[in-house]
Design a protein around this ligand. Structure first.
Ligand code: SAH
Length: 242
């Protein structure tokens, strides 16, 4: 075969086209890297969070992939944003704060109540071995699960259901994070917390709640109020608040 100029074009052309379009798709997906680094600097580090693993997770996870398309340009703003079913993706600093106080280890198994957009679960999955996350709304749960597999997370396990009951089949958990607010700490979650484990949960009625940090030591649970916050309520399967 005579490899003249025409042959090169025919053979290499399609390869080059695929290479460059793939490359530009990758770049387009992360046009937000600058904004993300600014978010980490001014919303998270500047407010005193120093845990390297937490910072690294926030540098890595593309928050703009978890928000609704109409809010993509606000994905790195210092505020919560609406998601489907009238729910919200929490403010980045609150996600960072709650992750930080859990003092996670790489070998930890974590339970999250309230998958929502999936952003908090993705942050946890960057830091720990396995994340079990429960969402009440089917639409949100399925959407987050599809996104996790698209982003290559194989250590996030999803369930649709009422997180008040926890996930007894996989208990105990080294850490539990609740991202919707009941009026009291659910007893099943206390029971599913491992010895030496920590739980962070907003407790109280609308509009403001106390973020409560629980720690189980020698079977006893210590509770501390750590911050005033605003979360969506924890609902049961009939839509009533807990
Ligand atoms: N962690 C989420 C925040 C979502 S807001 C994120 O990173 O985006 C809280 C979520 O809790 C909502 O999606 C809401 O539907 C869900 N929720 C409310 N009550 C629940 C319950 N009993 N069990 C599981 N999820 C619940």
């Amino acid at each position: 075969m005579n490899w003249n100029c025409k042959t090169y074009c025919f053979v290499l052309g399609p390869f080059l086209a695929i290479f460059f379009s793939f490359n530009s798709v990758l770049r387009a997906q992360d046009n937000y890297s600058g904004q993300r680094q600014q978010m980490v600097r001014w919303q998270i580090e500047a407010r005193g969070i120093t845990n390297k693993k937490v910072i690294q997770a926030f540098r890595h996870v593309e928050r703009h992939r978890f928000v609704l398309p109409e809010f993509i340009n606000e994905a790195y703003d210092d505020c919560p944003l609406p998601i489907d079913e009238g729910q919200t993706i929490s403010q980045p600093y609150i996600v960072a704060y709650m992750t930080d106080v859990l003092e996670l280890k790489p070998t930890d198994k974590v339970l999250e109540i309230g998958t929502g957009s999936g952003y908090q679960a993705a942050i946890l999955a960057q830091i720990c071995d396995s994340v079990y996350t429960i969402e009440l709304f089917e639409t949100l749960g399925h959407k987050a699960k599809a996104l996790f597999s698209e982003l290559g997370y194989n250590n996030i396990y999803c369930k649709i259901g009422d997180g008040y009951k926890g996930w007894p089949e996989h208990a105990p958990f080294d850490a539990i994070i609740v991202t919707c607010s009941p009026t009291h700490v659910p007893q099943p979650l206390k029971e599913q917390l491992a010895e030496g484990g920590r739980m962070i949960i907003p407790v109280g009625k609308s509009p403001f709640q106390n973020l409560v940090l629980l720690e189980k030591k020698k079977g006893k649970i210590r509770e501390d109020k750590v911050l005033l916050v605003r979360f969506v309520p924890m609902l049961d399967e009939e839509g009533k608040t807990y």
